[in-house]
Design a protein around this ligand. Structure first.
Ligand code: LLP
Length: 434
């Protein structure tokens, strides 16, 4: 029996001609639970986390999973049990972390548009830190905390103006992005924060973008942040922690991001050289912890040959897998069952793999060489991050089910959304008023 590991997915492999997630046969899950179906590997998540833990071993460091990447409760539970903190961006995410058993003290709250109600909710829960993104937000947070007779722990997100060389929609640390405060305004804003009664300044943070596959932008951003730390501390404001954000990329298509431990060896060498090696550190990785820990299983509904293009119409769509439509993102697509005999590329057909949604933007893969028939199952790879958490009900499609595999066991962590689920909360207009 061969074991043929999928690129970038060490816990998904063909055994013989069947695709497995850990020790579970994915074709059987698709058959039993229907498609589209997200399947995650617990071991893949924990080994991605272990790379960061190795890289930061011996340091005073906290890993806060950026749960926007995948906020399903079963996924949060894995990271909470592994001792992670969480980076949240809404009151909804806060409630999810607490429901999954995460500790409030290990939560940091990012985002440019926190509402007063969300601030109150987070203060009442006792979160670890607010990562504040503007002067106006500082003032509001201070007044909300004061009204609760509390002092909100804050870090200010500074914008290091570094180009992470990633897709423009997911670069966040450049001038002209809506995030953070400008480098040149940072000292003044820290002074303002220090003067506000409802705040307790405890740190500094940055985040330069997502799907970063190079080490240079990280090293440059760290230098810029440390320059600011020196200036802020010289002005009499000690910073207990330094938070370097998230952003490490994954292998979607021959991408070669550094391993998390390799990246952190470089970053720690810089921190040590600049005298900050003993400082409390925080990071907020999202995609790199879950992206290649998940696949989306889908069934081929129809093949539609054409003069210019052949279409392979599957039952997953842009509402389940929004990244191709939003960012022209590439996700590899592989069969769940390989043919008995290896098929040479010349014997395959080139297809645009598309979903049932009524938009030309509803494509999952362009120009893919496949040997498929209606009824076959395919696996869309790298689907653990920013897929289910960005899924919608567009075209009144229910969101997919999710399964977490753990060696030869599996757990259904989300039931397929029913039509009743979708319509819950909607109200028909009373006929007498219509
Ligand atoms: N911290 C902050 C403040 C962030 O804004 C983000 C992501 C992260 C951490 C986590 O970054 P990661 O480690 O996942 O790269 N939907 C897009 C990605 C948007 C990322 C937004 N911020 C995509 O599918 O590519």
């Amino acid at each position: 029996m061969t074991s043929d590991i999928l690129p970038g997915h060490p816990h998904f492999a063909y055994r013989g001609n069947a695709l497995f997630g850990e020790d579970v046969r994915l074709g059987e899950l698709a058959q039993t639970y229907g498609t589209p179906l997200f399947v995650y590997s617990k071991a893949a998540m924990l080994s991605a986390l272990a790379a960061y833990q190795r890289g930061l071993a011996g340091r005073d460091a906290k890993i806060c999973y950026a749960m926007k990447a995948n906020s399903s409760l079963g996924v949060l539970q894995v990271f909470a049990q592994a001792g992670c903190g969480f980076d949240i961006v809404s009151g909804g995410e806060l409630a999810r972390v607490l429901a999954a058993g995460g500790e409030a003290q290990k939560i940091i709250f990012s985002g440019v548009g926190k509402t007063r109600a969300e601030m109150r909710q987070a203060l009442a829960a006792g979160i670890g830190c607010f990562n504040v993104e503007s002067e106006a937000e500082l003032e509001v947070l201070s007044s909300v905390a004061s009204a609760m007779a509390l002092r909100a722990p804050v870090s200010i997100r500074v914008n290091p103006n570094i180009d992470p060389k990633t897709h423009p929609y997911i670069s966040t640390g450049l001038k002209g992005n809506k995030f953070g405060v400008a480098h040149e305004d940072a000292l003044r804003i820290y002074q303002r924060a220090a003067s506000l009664k409802g705040l307790q300044v405890i740190g500094i943070d940055c985040h330069i973008g997502s799907q970063i596959t190079d080490t240079a932008p990280y090293l440059d951003a760290m230098d810029r942040v440390l320059d600011l730390v020196a200036t802020i501390e010289a002005a009499g404001m000690p910073l207990a922690h330094l938070d370097f954000g998230g952003g490490l990329g994954i292998d979607y298509k021959h991408d070669t991001p550094p391993a998390a431990d390799v990246l952190w060896r470089l970053l720690l060498a810089k921190l040590d050289a600049r005298g900050y090696g003993k400082r409390k550190l925080m990071i907020e990785p999202g995609r790199s912890l879950v992206g290649n820990a998940g696949v989306c299983l889908t069934e081929v509904l129809y093949l539609k040959p054409g003069e210019q293009k052949n279409f392979c119409i599957i039952d997953a769509a842009m509402n389940d897998l929004p990244r191709p439509a939003l960012y022209q993102a590439f996700h590899a697509i592989v069969p769940v069952t390989l043919p008995e005999q290896e098929v040479p590329d010349a014997a395959k057909t080139r297809y645009d793999v598309v979903g049932p949604v009524c938009e030309s933007g509803d494509w999952i893969g362009h120009d893919r060489a496949l040997r498929v028939a209606a009824g076959d199952y395919l696996a869309v790879l790298s689907a653990g991050a920013y897929c289910m958490s960005m899924a919608s009900n567009y075209n009144s499609r229910g969101r997919a089910a999710e399964i977490l595999v753990d060696r030869n066991q599996f757990h259904i962590i989300r039931q397929r959304e029913s039509i009743a689920d979708q319509m819950r909360g909607e109200i028909l207009i009373d006929a007498s008023h219509a």
